[in-house]
Structure formats: C-alpha cells, structure tokens
Design a protein around this ligand. Structure first.
Ligand code: SF4
Length: 230
C-alpha cells in the first residue's frame, strides 16, 4: 500500500460526516488539471506515510471521526486496498471511496464485501474527449461504463462528478455525460482552480457568470445537477 498523503480532518469530503482523508500514490491517468500532481507523478517510495501512524491516529479519534475518505491518486490501483479497508472497517469507521472508475472488478468486490459506504466517481468528460482530458489515450472506456453501471445497480450511496475546465469542457460535453447515468443520480460539477500542484499549468476555470449560465441551461434536463461553489 503506498500512502502519499494524509489529512486529519475534513467536513467537506464525506457528505454529512466528519472524516479524515488518506491519499494513495500513483494513478493510471495523468489529467493535466489534476490537483494532486505530486502524488500522481512522483511514484518514488521516498515520502510514503506509515500506515501504522494512520491507524494509531484513527484509534485515538474513534469518538470524533465518523469515517475515512480513501482518495488519491487512484486508490483502486493499489494492490492491498481490500486489506486496508478491512482494517478501517474493523475499527468501526465508515469508508468513502474516490475513484476514476477504471477498475470495476475491484469496485464491485469492495461493494459486495460491504467495505465501502459511499463512492464518488469522476467522469472526466464525454467519451469522445476522454483522451485529451486524462492526458493520454484512455484504454478504459468499457471499464468506466461498467463502473457506472455497478454504482447505478447497487444500493451503494454514490455521486458522479466532473471537474470542469474551460479548455476541455463544453455544455454539450456535460449533456453527454448526463446521458451516462440515471437523471436522479447526484451529479456535481466542480469548477477548476489552478494551484501549484497541478500537472499542467495554464488552464482555466469558468467565471461565476459562466457557471450560472451553465446551470440555467441544464437545470431542466439535469435536475440533480449541482455546481459546487455557486
Ligand atoms: S485527477 Fe484523479 S484521475 Fe486524474 S490524474 Fe489526478 S488523481 Fe488521477
């Protein structure tokens, strides 16, 4: 298990829960707008966080924290993800998983074993624009479709979400994404903001006015669409 980051508390990432975040290292995508560039690109063993330290922190926070968010990088490329979740669940915590949906077999296994309580899956773009959005050829289209199907067919609470970038996303792309799942499913748009840790600088988010326009154009067709931050 390669853990590259740990955030002790979050009130924002696990809906209605107080949680911490474990960031796994490495990803099978290289999205240019990725906010965790150092986790994704730096796959040297150097600065890994010792899991025992995290377990010891969790042991002391059982009465304060409801859950643990497993984020990344892409958590489902980690070999021992199942064992990690078994340990966290055995300590009594709820688990939220962030994933890019490229590994439906592991996703299904973790859901079937009741090792996850909430899943947030990124849908990066309409499938015709996935390659430019994830920084290279995307060989995972069928896997991503399968992961969407798994989340929609199981009772696991879940959301889909897209980070929108001016250079990569249009209203039509968002409409295409909306056709991939049931209109009742929670779907979040997150506006891109550049930070020092992004993989490629020079991309832009939308202005508040543009976000309002997107929201108004889509609200009848996608009633469950929420734009975070407006
Ligand atoms: S945004 Fe997510 S899927 Fe894309 S490179 Fe970063 S961690 Fe991987």
């Amino acid at each position: 298990m390669e853990i590259g980051g740990f955030q002790k508390v979050t009130l924002l990432d696990f809906p209605t829960k107080i949680a911490c975040i474990v960031f796994t290292k490495g990803c099978n995508f290289k999205c240019p707008y990725c906010q965790n560039g150092s986790l994704v690109l730096n796959t040297e063993d150097g600065d890994l966080i010792d899991l025992e330290e995290i377990f010891s922190y969790l042991e002391k926070r059982k009465k304060v924290l409801d859950g643990v968010c497993i984020s990344g990088g892409e958590p489902l490329i980690q070999k021992n993800i199942k064992e990690l979740l078994i340990k966290i669940k055995s300590m009594g915590f709820l688990v939220k998983l962030d994933t890019n949906g490229t590994n439906p077999i592991t996703l299904k296994e973790l859901i079937d074993l009741k090792l996850v309580d909430y899943v947030a899956m990124d849908i990066k773009n309409s499938f015709s624009k996935y390659d430019i959005t994830v920084g290279g050829v995307n060989p995972f289209v069928e896997n991503i479709k399968k992961s969407i199907e798994i989340l929609e067919e199981t009772n696991i609470p879940h959301e889909f979400r897209t980070t929108i970038v001016k250079e990569l996303h249009t209203i039509n792309d968002i409409l295409e994404i909306g056709k991939m799942f049931c209109p009742k499913t929670k779907y979040y748009l997150q506006n891109y903001e550049e930070s020092d840790n992004v993989i490629k600088k020079g991309m832009h988010g939308f202005s508040s006015l543009e976000l309002e326009k997107i929201k108004n154009s889509l609200k009848k067709i996608m009633p469950n669409l929420i734009i975070r931050g407006i």
